[in-house]
Ligand binder design. Sequence first.
Ligand SMILES: Cc1cc2nc3c(=O)[nH]c(=O)nc-3n(C[C@H](O)[C@H](O)[C@H](O)COP(=O)(O)O)c2cc1C
Length: 174
Amino acid sequence: MARPTLPPTGIERTWPEHLLIVSKTDTRGIITYANEVFCEVAGYAPAELEGQSHNIIRHPDMPRCVFKLLWDTISAGEEIFAYVVNQAKTGDHYWVFAHVTPTFDAAGRIVGYHSSRRVPTKGAVAAAKALYADLLAIEARHASPKDGMAAAAAALGETLKARKLDYDEFVFSL
Ligand SMILES: Cc1cc2nc3c(=O)[nH]c(=O)nc-3n(C[C@H](O)[C@H](O)[C@H](O)COP(=O)(O)O)c2cc1C
């Protein structure tokens, strides 16, 4: 199944703060499990999600460089925290604070990934929205997506350097 074809509606969704949106993927990012909260918020039946690429809920406001950082980090065996705006089946959107971790087998090989998402604070969403708009604008200035992604990643690196924070400290400062 392709990504949702419906355009963004601009309508924001949220969910009860005590619940987590959870999904698991294989090593390529194909969804192997989505919990009930995921299905409710994203507006898909479990069978519509399982077997699909996780980009099924990708929102066009997300900069590519954030997903590159996510994949570089988790495929290196590390965990990552990130603010992400996702798109529901209807085109509505919802912001999450995600914690993505690799899953290892007994031999220490990565066999998949796991993401748990909390409701983010309004302040963090406002900060992430502004940052992602800047990064997206940088990406859009380049004809090649790869060049745009590299330029936006460099800009993010400069922001971290100016604030004397590593990525984790930065994310938790938002
Ligand atoms: C465990 C896990 C959870 C993910 N969760 C999301 C998510 O909630 N939203 C999203 O857009 N991408 C998520 N991704 C990243 C997607 O696999 C993909 O890289 C991203 O949607 C960008 O897609 P694109 O390369 O087709 O633009 C997740 C990946 C993994 C491994």
